[in-house]
Design a protein around this ligand. Structure first.
Ligand code: G1P
Length: 295
């Protein structure tokens, strides 16, 4: 099958338990990072990679997320009357970025199950998956890096990044043979292994380019001990057949479900804003001095 990707699946149905109590009623993907909700960065990454159809896999509490990508005519009127043209353009632009399609995941049964929920919309085309709470920033959008490789090699590709050994148990970890610098033929995949069982420190970040045969594998897998269907287990079928590549993504990644990453992401953007950075640096400096300079 010739790999040409137009659709992107963004699963956003999770509970966001790591971010409670902030996420009691607010979807974790809507937590603000600097001036935008986290999920907007993910959609922007898809758009920059030329992916025009975004399939959100949602749950019942995610209306506010879908509304973010829709017009808000009352707000637009208020901004227009107040002469706030720049803000008006920004607010309107979000609704015009991509085509939004939404499918419901009726029970939160894991990432694999969420991806399977998109089957009827994706149909028989290759597609991308971007995890809604993983932010990756780089010169070339992370998913574009994967699409390029998938097109050249005509194979599904997943994004990986090196993590410290003590963090391997938070991720899917691959083991493989490096066939070109930063490109691996995946031989092993372990979902959240103990450090002593990890085949490497290369962690799967939430970026995947897949072919529709993954849906057949997703239908065959069994749930894990927590009752969740893992995408990793379906990917193992491809790895066994030597049909899965992993690309080391270049860029900086923030897992917004992790408080340190979340706070760092906000500071990262604040420091890049020329209007804010001087004051922000001073404020951080004062804060650290007040804490006795310990960091
Ligand atoms: C999922 C995947 C895992 C991957 C991670 C990236 O885990 O199952 O393999 O490393 O996304 O964010 P989750 O974060 O849903 O537990």
């Amino acid at each position: 099958m010739k790999i040409n990707v137009e659709k992107v699946v963004i699963p956003v149905a999770g509970w966001g338990t790591r971010s409670l109590p902030a996420t009691k009623n607010l979807p974790k993907e809507m937590l603000p990072v600097y001036r935008k909700p986290a999920v907007q960065y993910v959609v922007e990454e898809a758009m920059l990679a030329g992916l025009t159809d975004v399939v959100f896999v949602t749950s019942r509490s995610k209306k506010v997320l879908l509304d973010h990508f829709d017009r808000n005519l009352s707000l637009e009127l208020v901004l227009k009357r107040a002469g706030k043209e720049e803000l008006l353009e920004q607010v309107k632009a979000v609704a015009e970025m991509v085509n939004i399609i939404s499918v419901r995941q009726k029970e939160q049964l894991g990432l694999g199950h969420a991806v399977l929920c998109a089957r009827e919309v994706v149909k028989k085309e290759p597609f991308a998956v971007l995890v809604g709470d993983d932010l990756v920033f780089s010169q070339e959008p992370a998913i574009k890096q994967l699409i390029e490789v998938a097109k050249t090699e005509q194979m599904p590709v997943i994004g990986v990044m090196e993590v410290p050994l003590e963090k391997v148990s938070n991720y899917g970890i691959i083991g493989g043979e490096e066939i070109a610098p930063g490109l691996f033929r995946v031989k092993k995949l372990h979902e959240k292994p103990a450090p002593e069982h990890a085949p490497s420190r290369l962690a799967v970040v939430g970026r995947y380019v897949l072919t529709p045969d993954i849906f057949d594998y997703l239908e065959q897998i069994e749930p894990d001990l927590r009752g969740e269907y893992q995408l990793t287990d379906a990917l193992k079928f491809l790895a066994r057949e030597n049909r899965l590549l992993a690309l080391k993504i270049s860029g900086i990644r923030f897992d917004i479900g992790d408080w340190v990453d979340y706070l760092t992401a906000n500071i990262y953007f604040g420091l890049q804003d020329q209007k804010l950075s001087r004051e922000l640096k001073q404020s951080l400096k004062n804060l650290l001095e007040d804490q006795g300079g310990s960091c």
